[in-house]
Design a protein around this ligand. Structure first.
Ligand code: P1T
Length: 395
């Protein structure tokens, strides 16, 4: 925006992660984009400026981060927000009262809450559909359907949606656009725009920042019409991230490729360990051949990621709590995607805002444990899980 940014689209992921949007500062030569705290920018004449007028509308540190994320998702445009949740609200702001949304049924609890308790108050009708069979989308679409909302893999039961198939169905209707929440995969393991999505969103709070120290979100698109409207909404609603958070997330994403490889290596080890354990009844990880959609995962994703869920044998609220409290390295905490390992109980924590019926239908039971596998030493993580299982589960 302010000065020419080189096009890195011909470069591979790691090069884009480090260079896109990171041109040395034209004034000082600083190699790292400075934190531009200024809320306002001097103009040469009224309305004549260097691309920035007021920081809510645009800020150089935010531009550096947005440019980098756009390059990682192979997208033209990226907009950053103060959280993943306000990103969801801004994207839903593309709709008007009377419009209809079809959402995959197994969404993040906060997204479910936004659709059912906020968007619905604004006259937006949302239908939740199991998209294991993409054809289910066709029967859910109504004449007033405008947006399809998908997560893949879903949070927390790691079901996949065939994004290409859903995009083809969505685009066979006029004025329907597809949004994919790509938080679980990160841009390193999946690029939904290439599969036909119109908008990709992330909770940057997770893998993109990667260090559990800022809350932020992004939306990426190649569509000029959607970008123009989203940019207008970003400025009008004003849910913009702090400049310091933009700096942190920009620093974090430079190691995204290295972190994702280690998250995945550790998750694969743990998934195999859990699957072999007599104290565990089911392991859900798209990288396991036992996962119902393993073939789709291999085709659609560039890797399997660092998230897994599993059920304790004969598990209930008490055994789940025992297991979670017995872990030493895994913090009992919500969130995911940071370098440190976390474990949680979705039924009571991240997915408590689903109705009990919705949780039961999805299999989000009191025995379902979700892990965000960090990048610590894999041997240490397996040993920690082993001792906690032995404390919690008696056969
Ligand atoms: O927390 P926030 O940055 O507002 O992002 C919301 C969000 C959106 N999409 C997905 C897939 C998410 O997982 C989240 C946030 N999730 C958690 C806090 C969690 O522990 O699952």
């Amino acid at each position: 925006m302010a000065h020419h940014q080189q096009d890195y689209s011909d470069f591979k992921f790691a090069t884009r992660a480090i260079h896109a949007g990171q041109e040395p500062d034209p004034v000082t030569g600083a190699v790292i984009p400075p934190i531009s705290l200024s809320t306002t920018f001097a103009q040469e004449a009224a309305g004549v400026h260097k691309g920035y007028d007021y920081s809510r509308a645009g800020n150089p540190t935010r531009t550096a981060f947005e440019t980098a994320v756009a390059a990682l998702e192979n997208g033209k445009h990226c907009l950053a927000y103060a959280s993943g949740s306000v990103t969801t609200a801004n994207v839903t702001g593309l709709l008007a009262s009377g419009d209809h949304v079809v959402s995959v049924n197994d969404v993040y609890g906060g997204t479910f809450r936004y659709f059912t308790k906020v968007a619905s108050n604004n006259g937006i009708d949302v239908t939740f559909v199991d998209l294991y069979n993409p054809e289910n989308l066709r029967s859910a679409i109504k004449p007033n359907t405008k947006m399809i909302w998908v997560e893949s893999p879903t949070n927390p039961t790691l079901r996949l949606v065939d994004i290409k198939a859903v995009a083809e169905i969505a685009h066979s209707y006029p004025n329907v656009f597809l949004v994919v929440d790509n938080t679980f995969m990160s841009p390193f393991f999946q690029n939904p725009l290439e599969l036909g999505a119109d908008v990709v969103v992330h909770s940057v709070t997770k893998y993109i920042n990667g260090h559990s120290d800022c809350v932020m979100g992004v939306a990426i698109t190649n569509r000029e019409d959607l970008y123009a409207r989203l940019r207008f909404l970003q400025n009008s609603i004003g849910g913009v991230p702090s400049v310091f958070d933009c700096f942190l997330a920009n620093r974090g994403l430079k190691t995204l490729h290295l972190r994702m490889k280690q998250h995945e290596a550790n998750a694969i080890r743990i998934a195999h360990f859990l699957e072999a354990s007599p104290l565990v009844s089911e392991v859900i990880y798209p990288g396991l051949p036992s996962h119902k959609q393993h073939e789709l995962a291999k085709r659609q994703q560039k890797g399997f990621g660092g998230m897994l869920s599993f059920r304790l044998k004969n598990g209930n609220l008490e055994t789940s709590n025992k297991f979670l409290s017995a872990l030493n390295l895994f913090a009992l905490a919500e969130s995911l995607g940071g370098v440190e390992s976390l474990a949680e109980l979705p039924a009571v924590m991240t997915h408590a805002s689903l109705t009990p019926e919705a949780r039961a239908a999805l299999g989000v039971t009191d025995s379902l444990i979700r892990m965000s596998v960090g990048i610590e030493d894999g041997d240490d993580l397996v040993a920690d899980i082993k001792q906690a299982l032995e404390k919690a589960v008696q056969l």
